[in-house]
Design a protein around this ligand. Structure first.
Ligand SMILES: C[S@@+](CC[C@H](N)C(=O)[O-])C[C@H]1O[C@@H](n2cnc3c(N)ncnc32)[C@H](O)[C@@H]1O
Length: 374
C-alpha cells in the first residue's frame, strides 16, 4: 500500500519535472510513460500491446514466419488484426476467402489460431501461385516460381482449405462461392484487389469482415489501390477504417444478395452447357453489387431461371415458342389479320396446331415462311 503511494508521488514528481521537455527527447530517454511498446513495419507506439505476449498469438505468428511468406519482414500487428478478424468471422455464416496467399503464411496462421477444422467452413486460397503476371512484375517479384504444391503441403491436415489457382479476377468465375464471412485481400495489384472486393461484396454475409492488406500501405501503387477501394466504398455507402498498419477494415452490415440468385448463378456456372456471355457477366456483376433496395423480386428470379432452363432444354432456335411466351405474348383470334395471313399461306392444320407437317414445333428454320418478306 505504502509502496503504491510512494510510486504515485514519484510518478507525479517525474511528470512535473520532465513533461516540459519535447516529446522526442522523452522518447529518446525511453522514460516510463513514453516507453516504446511496438516499433515494427512502419508502426511505432507506446500503447499497450499485450496481444504480443499471448501464447496462442505467438504460436500462430511463429507458423506465419516459418512459411517464408513475409520474406523475413516482421509484421506482428498486421497479423494481429487479421487473426482478430478471423476469430470474429468464425461466428458469422459463410466461408473464409483469401485473395493473395503467396507461401501461405497468413492462411496458415489463421487456421491455427481459430482451430479451423472444427468450424465446418471452407477456406478458399486464391492465388496465381506463380507470382504476378508479366505486366505487373515491376511491382513485386515473387521469386519462388510455382509454389502451388508447397502451399498445398502446408494444409494436408485441413481438407476444407481449397487452393484456387489462377489470376484474379478471371479465376473467380471458374468457381462457385457461397456466402463468405471473412475476406482477406492481399495481392498488391490495384485492378485485382478492387475486382476481388467487387466480386465478393454481394456474397458477404451480414457481419462479415473484409481485411484489405494494401489499403494504405506504402507500396509503389498504393494511391491507385486506395483510390479504387475508396470509389467502391463511396458507391456502396460504406466506410473503410484506416489502420496504422496500412490495412483497411470493412464490416459488412447489409444483407448479402438473396440466396436464390446465388443458387441460380451456381447452376449457371456449374452447368458445362451454359456459359455466360462476358457482357452478360458484366451485367450480372453490376446487379450483384447494386443497392439491395433496388434488387429484383422473387418473381423475376423465378422467371429468369425458367428462361435459362428453357433455353437449355429447348435450344435457342425455339426461343419464340419458349422464352418469348413467358412475356407479353397474347393469343390472337382467328379473325386477326396475322391469323388470316397465316391461314391463307399455310395448311390450316399447321396453323391451328403450331406444328409443321412432320409434327414438329415450328422453329425459325422449319416454318415454311422462313425468309419470307412482305
Ligand atoms: C503479398 S503476397 C500474399 C501474402 C500472404 N497473404 C501472406 O501474408 O502470407 C501477394 C500474392 O498475391 C498474388 N497475386 C497478385 N496478383 C494476383 C492476381 N491478380 N491473381 C492472383 N494472385 C495474385 C501473388 O502471386 C502473391 O502470391
Amino acid at each position: 500500500m505504502m509502496k503504491d503511494w510512494i510510486k504515485g508521488v514519484m510518478k507525479r514528481l517525474f511528470v512535473l519535472v520532465f513533461s516540459p521537455l519535447p516529446k522526442d527527447v522523452l522518447r529518446a530517454m525511453n522514460l516510463p510513460d513514453y516507453k516504446t511498446s511496438y516499433n515494427e513495419d512502419g508502426l511505432y507506439t507506446n500503447h499497450n500491446c499485450d496481444f504480443l505476449k499471448d501464447a496462442r498469438f505467438q504460436e500462430a505468428y511463429a507458423r506465419f514466419m516459418d512459411t517464408g511468406s513475409s520474406q523475413g519482414w516482421d509484421m506482428r500487428w498486421r497479423l494481429h488484426t487479421l487473426l482478430w478478424a478471423a476469430s470474429v468471422s468464425q461466428h458469422v455464416e459463410g466461408d473464409f476467402v483469401e485473395c493473395g496467399t503467396y507461401l501461405g503464411g497468413s492462411a496458415r496462421a489463421i487456421v491455427d489460431y481459430v482451430d479451423f477444422n472444427r468450424l465446418g467452413k471452407d477456406f478458399f486460397l486464391v492465388d496465381s501461385f506463380q507470382g504476378l503476371s508479366e505486366e505487373h512484375r515491376h511491382l513485386h517479384d515473387y521469386k519462388e516460381g510455382d509454389y502451388f504444391d508447397r502451399v498445398r503441403s502446408l494444409f494436408v491436415d485441413h481438407p476444407r482449405v481449397k487452393l484456387v489457382k489462377g489470376f484474379v479476377p478471371d479465376v473467380l468465375n471458374t468457381r462457385t462461392f457461397g456466402p463468405v464471412s471473412l475476406l482477406h485481400i492481399d495481392m498488391g495489384v490495384a485492378e485485382a484487389e478492387v475486382a476481388a472486393l467487387r466480386f465478393f461484396w454481394s456474397r458477404l454475409s451480414k457481419g462479415a469482415i473484409v481485411v484489405l492488406s494494401y489499403y494504405a500501405y506504402p507500396v509503389r501503387n498504393w494511391k491507385e489501390i486506395k483510390a479504387g477501394y475508396d470509389a467502391f466504398a463511396r458507391d456502396q455507402g460504406v466506410e473503410i477504417c484506416y489502420f496504422p498498419t496500412g490495412q483497411g477494415l470493412i464490416v459488412k452490415v447489409s444483407e448479402p444478395a438473396t440466396g436464390r440468385l446465388l443458387e441460380w448463378e451456381k447452376g449457371m456456372t456449374s452447368n458445362p452447357v451454359i456459359s455466360l456471355d462476358p457482357e452478360l457477366n458484366v451485367m450480372l456483376e453490376a446487379y450483384r453489387v447494386s443497392d439491395p433496395t433496388f434488387a429484383s423480386s422473387r418473381y423475376w428470379e423465378v422467371l429468369s431461371r425458367k428462361n435459362v432452363e428453357q433455353l437449355d432444354t429447348e435450344g435457342f432456335e425455339n426461343f419464340k415458342q419458349t422464352v418469348a411466351m413467358n412475356y407479353f405474348t397474347f393469343l390472337v383470334k382467328v379473325r386477326d389479320p396475322y391469323m388470316q395471313f397465316l391461314i391463307r399461306s399455310l395448311p390450316a392444320i399447321e396453323v391451328v396446331s403450331g406444328r409443321d407437317k412432320w409434327g414438329q414445333k415450328w422453329s425459325s428454320e422449319s416454318i415454311p415462311l422462313w425468309g419470307w418478306r412482305c
